[in-house]
Every structure is written in C-alpha cells, then in structure tokens.
Design a protein around this ligand. Structure first.
Ligand SMILES: Cc1ncc(COP(=O)(O)O)c(C=O)c1O
Length: 396
C-alpha cells in the first residue's frame, strides 16, 4: 500500500498499514529497526552518486534511515500531505520549520498562548537570530491581519491550544495566509490527524510533538513536520545540518504507537468529555476549559473543524492555585507529571511547569490563569478517573 492510495483507505486502516515499505529479507510483519548509523556500498562511485543525489540510497542515519522513512510515509498519509520529516522532538521540528522559512529581519505572527517550550523558543531565541515574533490572539482573525506586514513569513498556530484549549479557525487563518502569500503552520499535537486535518483546511504544514498522542505510551520523544514535497525537501536540508535526528528505535516505537492511534483517540475523547462534565458540575470547580462543552467559547467551531474534542481538560478551582496544589498532591490514580497524550492520565500545573516561560504578567496578559490545572485524560476506565478526582476534590 502506498501513500498515494491514502484516499482509498479509511484512517484506521492507514494507521495500521499506511506504508509501502516491506521487509524483503525475512517478511517481518513488524517493520525492522534499522539500528545502524551508516550504510555500506559496493563501489566508491555508488557512494559518491548517492551523495550527489544521482541515485536514491540510504547513506547515513542523520540523512535518512528505512525505519524513519516508514514513520514519515505513514504520517504523510494520515495528515493527507505529500511528504513528512521526522525530528528528534517536537521542539526540533518547530525549530527546523522556523529556520527553513524565516530569516533575520523577517517576522513570525503566532498565537499568544502556546506550549511553553514553543513560547520560550519564540520569545527568547528568535530575537537573538534577528527574527521578530508577534504574539496575537488568533481566535480573533482581525488581530492576525493587523499583525502581518511585508516581512511576515510564517503564521504559527496551535489548535486546540496548550493549556487553555482555545480553538482557532484554521480555514479562516488559511485564507488570510493565502491572500498574503504567507506560510501557515498548525501545531496539531492536541488534535492528531484523527480529529483534525489542517492541510485539508488550507494550512501549508503541520507540526506534531510525536511524543504525545502519536507515540501514545509515554515512552518516546519525537517530532514531525508534514507538508508539500518541495517544502519538506527544504526542511530536510535544514534538519540535516542542525542534526536533531530521531533514533531508529524511537521511530519504531512511534510506528507501533500509531497503529492504535484511532482507537486510543476514541477513548481519550470519550473519557475527557465525561471528566469535563463531571468537573463542570462540581461545586469546588469555577471554570472548565474543554472544547466539547457547550460553555466553551469556540464549541461550535470545534464541532465543525474537529471530529471529536480531544483528551485534554483544563480547569480552575474556586480555591485558586493553593487548591490546585492540594488536588495534585491528593490524586492517587492520576499521575503528577508533565507531558500529555499518554495511555495514563497525567495532571500538572501549567504556570509552574510546562508554561513556566510565561512571566506572571504574561500569564495574566494572555489569559492563562495562574491557578489553572491541566489533565491529560488517559484511556483508563472513566469512572476510575472520576472517582480519583472526587476523592482528591474532597481534600481541597
Ligand atoms: C502543543 C505542543 N507542541 C510542541 C511540544 C514540544 O514537543 P516535544 O516535547 O516533543 O519537544 C509540546 C510539548 O509538550 C506541545 O504540547
């Protein structure tokens, strides 16, 4: 099965089979891990030709590896893109994307609430490279239009966003980007291609922290860029020089994770809605952030843009930050840990962990409540997750 066939098969089938690569040596059904740094050639001319691009061949794992190629092909299939590039982490993928598209003297327009690591990269490192980053509220399309000028080379959005679950109108942003000939990249980590396919809505590229739902088991770090053949070729050239290559074993873990992406996402979404409804009805909870709740400001957009609402739930307690801390100390089944998208439910406090790069003033300015608690809802039985929250809330 090849990637060009992706329209013929349903998503769940592609998660399992979406690659034409086969193990020709032994017919292994699970594609082998090519745990090698380098590849041998018969003749010096063959190696030289491979380097020159006259002949397609694997040369050295930083430049390409069959196990990594399988993951790239599958991810391109699942996002409906022409090509994909795997990097060592989500942050490596985002850095590669930016360095492919933006130069000193140019600027990026992006959302004001992003994953804290992306925010740190944009706020601290980009200005050192002469790249200006303009943080705007991207749920308001007018603000994006106003921030753009002739030096804007990239619009970068996360939807749903980390940690406040804002939903951004991808089609609307894509129209603005197309009109002005600016590259639009969507960080699709929270949604995964199972829930939302930004390229079909007009984005130019998609980014993932594969560490999250793509791998899904909390045992691998990786990143992905999906886009046109031409763009991925350029990005590959940059990544090769940066050197943030994923290892073949980690790529294999992500391939294995992908096989169950669809069924895991179903359960994550089912559980998250139950938990969000429970929290919204709880007297000690003041606000719940979940796109699947009718109270969410972009609930209607989420219904249109996404197949379901995802596995991430954030909320505020009436007792504020201190109450959130007691809650985190009191859960027994839910694990106190950063990261998300794992089989296991994970709880964290963004302001002091994943979103530490935001100062107190920036948290306030960008609407990330200091007391916000975030839960990545796992695939356990939802009643056990709710029971755990019930007993922990009693202690608050
Ligand atoms: C939305 C989002 N994008 C990117 C990243 C960065 O990914 P990684 O930790 O794999 O570098 C994260 C990490 O939490 C994330 O939540």
């Amino acid at each position: 099965m090849g990637c060009s066939n992706y329209k013929k098969f349903k998503f769940e089938t592609l998660c399992v089979h979406g690659t034409h690569f086969k193990d020709l040596l032994a017919g292994a059904v699970s594609f082998p891990i090519y745990q090698t740094s380098t590849f041998s050639f018969e003749k010096a001319k063959d190696l030289a030709d491979a380097f020159e691009g006259k002949k397609e061949a694997y040369i050295y794992t930083r430049l390409g590896n069959p196990t990594i190629s399988v993951l790239e092909e599958k991810m391109a299939c699942l996002e409906g893109g022409e090509s994909a590039l795997i990097a060592a982490s989500g942050m490596a993928a985002i850095s590669t994307l930016v360095l492919t598209l933006v130069e000193a003297g140019e600027n990026i327009v992006c959302q004001d609430t992003l994953y804290g690591g992306t925010y740190a990269l944009f706020k601290n490192l980009m200005p050192r490279l002469g790249i200006e980053v303009r943080f705007v509220r991207c749920t308001d399309l007018e603000q994006i239009e106003k921030a753009i000028d002739s030096k804007t080379k990239l619009i970068f959005i996360e939807t749903p966003s980390n940690p406040t679950l804002q939903v951004i109108d991808i089609k609307g942003v894509a129209e603005i980007a197309r009109k002005k000939n600016i590259h639009l990249c969507v960080d699709n980590t929270f949604a995964t291609p199972y829930l939302q396919r930004p390229l079909e809505l007009g984005a130019d590229s998609v980014i993932h922290s594969a560490t999250k739902y793509i791998g899904g088991h909390g045992d691998a770090i990786g990143g992905i860029i999906i886009g046109s053949k031409e763009f991925i070729k350029e990005a590959k050239n940059i990544l090769k020089d940066i050197g943030a290559t994923i290892g073949p074993f980690v790529a294999w873990l992500l391939i294995r994770g992908l096989k169950t992406l669809a069924i895991r996402m179903e359960r994550h979404c089912f559980n998250a809605l139950k938990v969000a409804q429970f929290l919204e009805a709880h007297p000690k909870v003041s606000k719940v952030y979940y796109p699947g709740l009718p109270s969410h400001p972009q609930h209607e957009l989420a219904r249109k843009q996404m197949k379901n609402f995802g596995g991430m739930v954030s909320f505020e307690l009436k007792g504020g930050k201190r109450a959130g801390e007691i809650l985190q100390n009191s859960v027994k089944l839910i694990t106190l840990a950063v990261s998300l998208g794992d089989t296991d439910s994970l709880i964290e406090h963004p302001a002091t962990t994943s979103h530490r790069a935001y100062s107190k003033e920036e948290l306030e300015k960008f609407g990330i409540p200091e007391g916000l608690v975030r839960i990545s809802i796992g695939i356990e039985n939802f009643e056990d997750i709710i029971d755990d929250l019930k007993q922990a809330l009693e202690k608050v």
